[in-house]
Write a protein that binds this ligand. Structure first.
Ligand SMILES: Nc1ncnc2c1ncn2[C@@H]1O[C@H](COP(=O)(O)OP(=O)(O)OP(=O)(O)O)[C@@H](O)[C@H]1O
Length: 311
């Protein structure tokens, strides 16, 4: 569990981060969102002490990070940034092995871990181990960057706009893979993003920042349906709200008894995908793979839960 208590960082007497407190439970994902310059990166970097706090505390499983040497702290915390930051003259395997080597793992342990992570990220170890970063696509480099951050099984992973440079198709795949891997490994993850869609898709909770202050910290559904301030509402974008809500739920969760014709939608597709399919194919209901149907009426209710409550 990560506890951030009254964390403040001043630059030239002005707060970049202003008295922020929040807790991230073990195995959960917190997504930090906010306008440019709102203090997201500074907050993230205070957690692994790449930036020293002016005041306040960070506790990891109850341990105050001020009592630890910063370089030792950083070996316990994975860190992945936009543009991946791979060492250009080291192979994929050497890049991934960076922290395990610092920690004195044996060559066998390191090789096994590198291969395990490459497989986890769907990169055939024999084909990728010895490649150099410049011989990889942007998406592959990004995956190696995240694999490197996870190599020493950190209890905490910090990510700063990790998918910012990827095109939309690869980005969606990278997000889904990350979610899957994070769930499997049980890693606690704090992620900075500009993209509300990404925050909604990945975050168990979303932290909204403005001018260094934490404005709201809540699960995505609450951020979307009960924004704490007009700033939060504007950040979500009113026109996007129903679609964000629909993208939170998999198709099978809304499946009911009934009959529908035409191609079925995958169980793990989102309700947003289901709505798109209804509109595109002109159907009022879709079969769901494995059983049940989704109706356009149910999709409407899910897209605007407060409208339903108001009735
Ligand atoms: N090293 C520094 N020296 C002086 N001011 C800084 C420094 N680092 C950050 N700041 C200031 O602190 C504020 C918060 O910056 P930060 O990078 O944390 O914001 P951000 O929300 O991550 O922004 P972005 O989304 O644009 O990356 C900004 O006003 C920035 O100019």
């Amino acid at each position: 569990m990560i506890e951030i208590r009254n964390l403040t960082r001043l630059y030239d007497g002005k707060p970049a981060v202003d008295d922020v407190s929040l807790t991230v439970e073990r195995g959960q994902i917190a997504a930090l969102v906010g306008t440019s310059g709102s203090g997201k990166t500074t907050l993230l970097r205070m957690i692994n002490r790449l930036v020293e706090p002016t005041s306040g505390q960070v506790l990891i499983d109850g341990q105050d990070t001020r009592g630890l040497a910063p370089h030792l702290l950083r070996r316990r915390i994975g860190y992945a940034i936009q543009g991946h930051g791979l060492f250009p003259h080291r192979s994929v395997a050497q890049n991934i092995a960076t922290v395990p080597r610092l920690l004195g793992w044996s060559p066998d342990q390191i090789r096994d871990r590198v291969d395990e992570l490459l497989s986890l990220f769907q990169m055939e170890p024999a084909a990728f181990r010895d490649r150099m970063p410049h011989d990889l696509s942007g998406g592959q480099q990004q995956r190696v960057g995240v694999a490197r951050a996870l190599a020493a099984r950190p209890e905490l992973l910090l990510m700063d706009e990790p998918f910012g440079a990827l095109d939309p198709v690869i980005r969606a795949k990278a997000q889904a893979d990350l979610r899957d891997i994070q769930r499997r490994l049980g890693t606690t993850l704090i992620l900075v993003t500009h993209d509300m869609e990404e925050a909604v898709m990945l975050g168990d909770r979303i932290a909204v920042m403005d001018q260094g202050r934490l404005i709201q910290y809540a699960p995505p559904t609450e951020i979307l349906t009960a924004p704490a301030t007009p700033f939060v509402r504007d950040l979500i974008g009113l026109d996007q709200r129903p679609f964000h809500l629909l993208s939170l739920t998999p198709a099978f969760a809304l499946a009911t008894e009934g009959h529908a014709t035409g191609p079925a939608i995958a169980r793990e597709a989102t309700l947003r995908d289901a709505l798109a399919e209804c509109l595109w194919s002109g159907r009022d209901a879709l079969p769901v793979e494995g059983g049940g149907i989704i109706t356009l009426e149910a999709l409407r209710a899910s897209a605007a839960p407060q409208a339903r409550t108001a009735e």
